[in-house]
Design a protein around this ligand. Sequence first.
Ligand code: PLP
Length: 362
Amino acid sequence: MAVFAISINFPAPLIQLDERRFVLELFHGPSLAFKDFGARFMAQLMRYFNTEKKDDLIILVATSGDTGGAVASGFYDTPGVKVVILYPSHKVSFLQEQQLTTLGKNITALEIDGTFDDCQAMVKKAFLDKELQSKIRLSSANSINIARLIPQTFYYFEAFKQLPESAYKTVFCVPSGNFGNLTAGLIAQKMGLPIAHFIAATNSNKVVPEYLRTGNYIPAETIPTISNAMDVGTPSNFDRMLDLYSSTWNTIKKNITGGSASEQETINELLSTYKKHTYILDPHGAVAKNVLEVFLEKNNNFRGVVLETAHPSKFIKIVESVIKDKIEIPKRLEVLRNKKKESIFMTSEYRHLKTFLKDRFV
Ligand SMILES: *Cc1c(COP(=O)(O)O)cnc(C)c1O
């Protein structure tokens, strides 16, 4: 209970756009992305279980944009914990990068010359490296860590609590990359929450929507997009999703519909939602809203909840250029603008990461 209260000390308001459209705002935490729910909860748990240990715990994490900021802020200045964040160079927004690279103290950012999938592959190799594991205490903080998924189930309940009574069935539309967020929804449903259906929404990195459509899972190279936190070609929670359905495509596709939005569709959606509802989405929320619209068009007995996963100001350049209006940057993000970036540049070869970890922590 204490862990829960300390880590999730910010709201998740449900905003109604019209009778059939809702946005669940998950960006009211310190790093302005939904990753705060999982990262802060996990950080508190690890802090609790780590207090008696002699050696430092090294948290190794790959980020496609927002995980790094949330994990860094969750573990910042925690005694006995060091955080190493791998992020793809030039593939995160300016303010996302500032969140990772300006904290200092126990947080180190490795700027990788590669994609998010390269970063994730390096981290996974480290966890399988017996020699490294025998020398340092390593732990993961990615959404493969169940301690991140558990607190993410909470806000599905929180959304339901805020929904008005209605005859419509409710679909949750989840903008997805590694599919931790969606998997948490599936777990909430298994716990008994009466969610009628899910939509797995992606940008052009659409291996899961393709799987749902065809039954074939074909991991792909990452395609860079404006919804960069979802630029994932081999989603790490896919196996877990399948496992919840005993790996049966026929059952899984009855509960989850897939859909993807192109860059142009994402931009159009951002603009039309702003014009219609004076609501400013971020590019990730815009992907989900676009995919939801396609679903609502075909299923008129449904209403939909879009999970809005980041505050639009994290992507201020693109959002302002689309809506042709100024948006407000919350103070906790604004203060990062002029801080000095510190990162260690590295190629995506695993041996460099290994050498770095051994030199620094053994
Ligand atoms: C991480 C992230 C996602 C994707 O979430 P997954 O759990 O990896 O599917 C979507 N939107 C934003 C803003 C994110 O930071």
